[in-house]
Design a protein around this ligand. Structure first.
Ligand code: SF4
Length: 415
């Protein structure tokens, strides 16, 4: 009987892709989605904040108490790998560049620490995405930006792009196995092809010609990456009608402190143009970064109303040792950050509802993802959640909904 391996994936979609690659590279082991059944646990870690480190360490302690054989990989291998290895609870630490060797690494007798190459280029191809109805395609790795609160460039390396032929082969393979929706992902996905005469828009056009590709989504773009070539694909039917473009803040003074490349005036122009075209618009926003005074916060909340945002990934600033922001003053206390977070969420939640009401005459193209025993759940082209009642088994199906009700957090329909 093959030993059972469970993958605990923390963090971003790039880690999701990496976990799928490791699952596919196992031949002497059996992958289980049931943690309690596992003999071995692979912790594919995140280290984006001190909080992320605490969650990873907490999980390792919990699994160690259950007697699981533990292996650590992911971004946390670069920042916390040595100390966790030194603590003796981890059988082996390996960097993301070593993941294709996982089948031999797990059978090693002695404990090991192999951090590998920070600037490797991935060329792995997978046939499936266990437990997923959409496929995440890693096209890029690393980042050349230097946002003052961020550790990622130091644990994922410089920006570099996967080979185009490999990416297209990957999409073709997954499309022929039934996947119709593809999410392009990377550390700074919009910098795909930079300095190599390639760009993400050209890649998406080529992907759209592959049989079975129905909808392409893009992970998190930077405002400056919505350039001329990207603007040319905005009306393509295969492009999702939602874009996630990370602004991180809406006060120029805060953007300067965060060493961001975007500024509010150009963000307003960009988001205005995209909203005119009917896009739902999401962003990342950091609340409570040092220096965020009451005055700058009020300015930011005034400004954010000019951006037509319908979705948001808000983060409470969390100090990351080794980043410039970690020594910045004055800090913002937790209670103030929490209050600002709920103010921000309130603004975007009502924007989202208004958007769904405005779009109610547009049929929704929904990929149904799951069934909870009573209702099906899926996401439409605007990346809004929809709850569906149906007597048919529609999990994994593409359906078009013309009639549906708009509720506070989601839309609802019968099929
Ligand atoms: S763009 Fe900024 S926030 Fe994003 S990974 Fe790069 S340095 Fe970090």
């Amino acid at each position: 009987m093959k030993p059972k391996v469970y993958f605990k994936t923390f963090g971003c979609r790039t880690n999701l892709f990496d976990s799928q690659v490791m699952m596919s590279a196992l031949s002497d082991y059996e992958v289980t989605e049931d943690e309690s059944q596992a003999d071995i646990v692979i912790v594919n870690s995140c280290t984006v904040t001190n909080g992320a480190d605490v969650s990873v360490r907490g999980y390792i302690n919990q699994m160690d108490k259950q007697g699981k054989k533990l292996f650590l990989t992911g971004c946390g291998a670069h920042t916390k790998g040595e100390s966790l290895f030194g603590a003796g609870k981890i059988q082996g630490v390996f960097g993301p560049s070593e993941k294709m060797k996982i089948n031999t690494l797990l059978s090693r007798e002695s404990r090991f620490y192999e951090i590998g190459d920070l600037n490797y280029i991935d060329d792995a191809i997978v046939d499936e995405f266990v437990g997923k109805s959409r496929a995440f395609i890693k096209i890029q790795e690393g980042c050349n930006f230097r946002c003052s609160y961020c550790i990622i460039p130091f644990v994922r390396g410089d920006a570099r792009s996967m080979d185009e032929a490999k990416i297209l082969e990957q999409v073709q393979r997954l499309a022929s196995n039934g996947f119709g929706e593809f999410v392009l992902t990377g550390t700074n996905v919009g910098s795909y092809g930079q300095g190599e005469g390639r760009n993400i828009a050209e890649l998406m056009k080529k992907m759209s010609l592959i049989r079975g590709v129905r909808r392409i989504r893009v992970g998190s773009l930077e405002p400056i990456q919505i350039n001329e070539s990207f603007r040319e694909i905005l009306d393509e039917s295969w492009l999702e009608r939602h874009l996630h473009i990370a602004i991180q803040h809406s006060s120029d003074e805060m953007l300067r402190l965060m060493n961001r490349r975007n500024r509010h005036k150009s963000d307003v122009e960009l988001f205005g143009m995209l909203s005119e075209k009917g896009f739902a618009l999401g962003t990342d926003f950091i609340v409570g970064h040092p220096g965020e005074s009451e005055a700058l916060w009020s300015e930011a909340m005034e400004n954010i109303r000019n951006l037509h945002l319908t979705h948001i990934h808000p983060f409470t600033y969390s100090k990351r040792d080794g980043t410039p922001s970690a020594t910045m003053k004055p800090e913002v206390n937790g209670a103030v950050s929490a209050q600002r977070m709920s103010e921000l969420n309130g603004i975007i939640d009502s924007n989202n509802r208004r958007f769904r009401e405005k779009m109610q005459n547009i049929p929704l193209e929904v990929l149904v993802e799951s069934f909870d025993g009573e209702y099906y759940t899926g996401y439409d082209q605007f990346f809004n959640k929809i709850i569906i009642r149906s007597n048919e088994d529609i999990t994994g199906e593409w359906i078009t909904l013309e009639h549906y009700g708009v509720y506070d957090e989601y839309n609802m329909a019968k099929f």
